[in-house]
Ligand binder design. Sequence first.
Ligand SMILES: NC(=O)c1ccc[n+]([C@@H]2O[C@H](COP(=O)([O-])OP(=O)(O)OC[C@H]3O[C@@H](n4cnc5c(N)ncnc54)[C@H](O)[C@@H]3O)[C@@H](O)[C@H]2O)c1
Length: 259
Amino acid sequence: MDTLFRLDGKTAVVTGAGSGIGEAISELYAARGARVVLVDLDHAAASAVAQRITAKGGDAWALACDVSQEASVQAMVQTVRQRHDHIAILVNNAGVAHVGNALTTTAADFERLFRVTVLGVHHCTQAVLPSMIEHGGGAIVNLASIASFIALKDRWAYSMTKGAVLAMTRATALDFVDQKVRCNCVAPARIHTPFVDGFVAKNYPGREDEIKASLAKYQPVGRMGTPQEVAQLCLYLASDEASFVTGAAYPIDGGVMMQ
Ligand SMILES: NC(=O)c1ccc[n+]([C@@H]2O[C@H](COP(=O)([O-])OP(=O)(O)OC[C@H]3O[C@@H](n4cnc5c(N)ncnc54)[C@H](O)[C@@H]3O)[C@@H](O)[C@H]2O)c1
């Protein structure tokens, strides 16, 4: 059984690895044998996660990178390839949230979300693909959202980014299927991470408990998901056990999408 879902000898680049879902993915990939490169704007946060992984005997390395900046992503990938030429796994997880509708969202906020969550996926995918293609393939896992499929109230800019992530997942999968690059995405509902705590604190000051309770109730199972639950699905998609899976989008949502 322990031979299933192993990532031994594979280098995995995980963006947004300093917190939440990216942190959980990095920890699980390392525990399953991967060499994990933890990429984050917040280098101190990524380093702290990398140190925890290393202390448990895992192989982890933190690199500062702003995924919204092409030069920063190119430099990061070049640095990784000098040490591990084949990047076998890329997890495009870095993303930012925003609350607002079409009337209340400024163009500046819309563009900021586009730059991190859409252009960021473009930059990282474009920078990593040559390594995968030169070495016979790889697996890309993108963080989409249930907002890729259904409307969420006051998530105008965020929904734009996650719709794009779903479309880019399918486009990447089709364009590089012959090069043995698989590309899939996961679509979580509410996952209890600092991302959620941050936007509740910022947008609903003084109503944090009430809003978190309503966020939990939104899922038919009656709670938010955990970063570890998302990481387990991302482990499957990155592993060779998912060799027949590409261009797919997996809800992980406590039952939201069944209604
Ligand atoms: N938490 C949820 O409920 C939920 C639900 C659906 C989808 N998602 C998606 O999952 C992903 C991770 O979410 P999370 O809740 O773990 O978020 P988080 O805020 O806890 O962590 C995001 C990490 O990304 C990093 N980051 C932000 N901008 C960056 C940039 N420009 N370059 C590099 N790193 C950057 C941050 O420093 C942070 O460490 C996001 O794409 C998010 O949209 C989250």
